[in-house]
Write a protein of this length. Structure first.
Length: 300
């Protein structure tokens, strides 16, 4: 029923989170003008960003009344001593959540080659961090085989259970619901029960989505995005992409399946944080209607 889908749309968006880079943080408007208190703000790992800069932005995010969630890239950490020091830095500024990932470095700088090793180090608990996100790849990874992705996911889920970590999965951004829904069902079938936070692009340009999508390998999403925008030419010249069709598709699947692990959406604004946050707040607060084309129309 449309009412069930509408309610589930709000349930998915109500706990929405956003992602920013440490480099862009100083140029953003004050976060309290954009986001509700307590909103999770993820801080992207960039290989050339000094760790001290990430810690400084985490402090600013916390002081603004938000919940900082820095990325911790395993391949960028040389050893256990450095890891303990990095986690100590985060504890000082009040960080209690992390997103742990392997990272984009092709060669590890030290002893850590994958996220599971960080989870199994015992150092997260010592730093007071028990809420941990890991990355999900519903449409695969351009540099990692699918079998390896599944092996890593199962290993991280097992380690989190053994260590009592509160685990959730944040997916790559998607512009199509179908690959996410199929992947979530496959995840569930393996026995993994971690909540899934679906990555969605913010209200940025389709051309920018195409560029990042090609880099991330989200092929099925790109195909749907091209169809939605009328082909590559229109994709390159359209001003703004709204993720409402994907969101409605996710909500319909979750509403029809009480065992669904889909719990929230996570926005990758790609430079459009203010517009994305405003749109998400309208959806969260019910200022929208579901159209007969399975899209959302903001009524604010």
């Amino acid at each position: 029923m449309a009412s069930d889908v509408t309610a589930t749309v709000r349930e998915l968006v109500s706990p929405f989170s956003v992602e920013i880079t440490p480099k862009e943080a100083p140029s953003l408007p004050p976060l309290p003008e954009l986001l509700a208190p307590g909103t999770a703000v993820y801080l992207t790992f960039l290989p050339n960003t000094p760790w001290a800069e990430t810690v400084g932005v985490a402090r600013s995010v916390a002081e603004a009344g938000m919940r900082p969630v820095p990325h911790l890239a395993a391949r960028a950490v040389p050893d256990r001593r450095t890891l303990a020091s990095m986690l100590g830095d985060l504890a000082v500024v009040g960080v209690q959540d992390l997103l742990v990932l392997a990272g984009s470095l092709s060669t590890p700088v030290g002893e850590f080659g994958e996220a599971a090793q960080i989870l199994d180090s015992g150092l997260l608990e010592e730093a007071g961090i028990r809420r941990v996100g890991i990355v999900g790849h519903p449409e695969g990874h351009p540099d990692v085989a699918d079998d390896e992705l599944w092996r890593a996911l199962l290993a991280k889920n097992r380690i989190a259970r053994e260590r009592g970590l509160d685990l959730h999965i944040v997916t790559q951004f998607a512009s199509a619901a179908e690959p996410i829904v199929a992947w979530e069902r496959a995840v569930r079938a393996t026995g993994v029960d971690a909540p899934v936070h679906v990555g969605l692009p913010g209200l940025t340009s389709p051309a920018r989505l195409l560029r990042f999508g090609l880099r991330c390998g989200v092929g099925a999403s790109l195909k749907v995005l091209r169809q939605q925008t009328g082909g590559v030419l229109k994709l390159a010249t359209s001003p703004v992409h709204h993720p409402d069709a994907t969101l409605v598709g996710l909500a319909a699947a979750a509403a029809a399946d009480p065992d669904s692990l889909l719990r929230a959406v996570h926005f990758f604004p790609f430079g459009a944080l203010a517009a994305t946050a405003e749109w998400a707040a309208d959806i969260r607060d019910g200022r929208f209607e579901l159209t007969d084309r399975d899209r959302l129309r903001v009524t604010a």
